[in-house]
Design a protein around this ligand. Structure first.
Ligand code: RP5
Length: 170
């Protein structure tokens, strides 16, 4: 990807503005990885026509993977997946029902034929990383940034004070 390219590659959509605090973590992490993205609040049941317009035009605008988050009877990721052949990653939003078990089951239990790759409840960062890994299949520079992210993550654990006595064993 060109260094200054700003065309969004990841389309992030969620069912409500109330989901933004969870979904914005994906925007933040993708920003760190220099992956352009866009975030929309479009309810699948309150604004289905707008959602179809968003999904229908996304690939032509440069989107290559979707992250879709929803809570409760969380049909949004499945509806997005029904309207595109691009990969869709579902993020179950935490709710008052067993911490978001309703969202998780609604998203992960997609019937045969239309897949949604589901992360943990509130697992927005993993959704962003998975989206970046998908894009990195055809973007060697992004692959390098992902590897550097992994390496830094490992180093921060190795460097933790609680592991000081293990450092000599590296
Ligand atoms: C879902 O219903 C949204 O994804 C959100 O998690 C939940 C509640 O939406 P609001 O009532 O806050 O708009 O559609």
């Amino acid at each position: 990807m060109a260094e200054h390219e700003t065309v969004a590659r990841v389309g992030i959509v969620c069912g409500s503005r109330s989901d933004f605090p969870v979904m914005e973590k994906a925007v933040e992490l993708l920003g760190k990885l220099d992956v352009p993205c866009e975030l929309h609040a479009i309810s699948a049941h309150r604004a289905p026509d707008l959602l179809f317009r968003f999904v229908g035009g996304a690939e032509a605008r440069g989107i290559r993977v979707f992250i879709a988050g929803a809570g409760g009877a969380a049909h949004l990721p499945g509806v997005v997946a029904a309207k595109t052949i691009l990969p869709v990653i579902g993020v179950p939003i935490p709710t008052q029902v067993a911490g978001g078990l309703d969202s998780l089951l609604s998203i992960v239990q997609m019937p045969r034929g239309i897949p949604v790759a589901t992360v943990a409840v509130g697992g927005t960062e993993n959704a962003a990383l998975l989206a970046a890994e998908i894009l990195a299949l055809s973007d060697p520079a992004l692959r390098g940034r992902l590897q550097a992210y992994r390496d830094a993550q490992t180093r921060s654990i190795e460097d933790d004070e609680s592991n000081a006595d293990l450092r000599g064993e590296r």
